[in-house]
Ligand binder design. Sequence first.
Ligand code: FAD
Length: 300
Amino acid sequence: MLKDIFIGLSQNQFLNNAAKKYGLKMGAQSVVAGTNIDEVIKSIKELNAHGISCTVDNLGEFVFKEEEATEAKEQILKVIEAIHEHNVDAHISLKPTQLGLDIEYSFCLSNLREIVDRANNYGIFVNVDMEDTGHLQPTFDVLDELSKEYDNVGTVIQAYLLRADEYLEKYKNFRMRIVKGAYKEPAEYAYQNKKDIDANFIKLIEWHLVNGKFTSIATHDHNVINHVKEFVKKNNIPNEQFEFQMLYGFRKDMQLQLAKEGYNFCTYVPFGNDWYGYFMRRLAERPQNLNLVAKQVLNK
Ligand code: FAD
């Protein structure tokens, strides 16, 4: 119920536009690493100092105008330059809709190609995040196209998808992030209850660790993390073959602990003015995150 409310709010374009004008509010600053490149580089350096690498997301939603998609592309290119210039341990995460997937497929592909090409010059990886099922096939199509020219690109498999195993097998030669899935999807396409999603998540992770290229296990779920630790030990899977990922600001102690234990750890670091939809989806996943909002309000 609460989840549906926050997912609904995340899709409210009016509130999204309004939020952009007012800077980080409502506790969003706890989970969004600033509004500009200087701030995000500072956060990356702090995480790198603890042995944690980063994937940087220049937040952006509801892009229906070419100028906005071009602006997003330029900003991501600047982030790539900044990663290179500051020599920080970081790569890029981006959403195809931000680069114009809802405007025109070929326009989005050309924007993405420019980004992947620039990143490739510096040996920087680009992860194409997965959005709702309406964008699933075109996102895989973009990946198919780019992989003909570049190998510094990968994507995400969402365990709630009924066909997730097919996708994972098809894309086993890509560096792959595996997640539970963040959008509201119909039963026609996705498992609806937590038990089924969790079981599929474990199944996909195990399969990819054994059969796939590099695996990013993106979750805050300690049960899954503990299971993976046991699984890799039992199956002699070296640490170089996988990493754990969590979102910036979540389970900070566990992030530090996993890095300290010697596991590859990567924090997903979002930044920018377009924080509203991202923040609402985090509240949808875990209404306890409302504590962040309450603390922020009380501190004022
Ligand atoms: P949940 O099912 O939310 O939580 C499981 C259990 O873990 C909880 O019951 C609780 O016991 C514990 N727990 C969880 N969070 C906390 C916390 N903050 N503090 C204490 N305990 C906690 N989704 C997409 O659809 N596309 C993407 O491209 C995508 N990229 C992602 C990248 C990263 C790095 C991460 C971490 C997530 C990404 N997601 C993406 C979101 C993902 O799909 C899930 O919606 C989200 O991670 C919530 O699921 P979970 O696995 O963290 O565990």
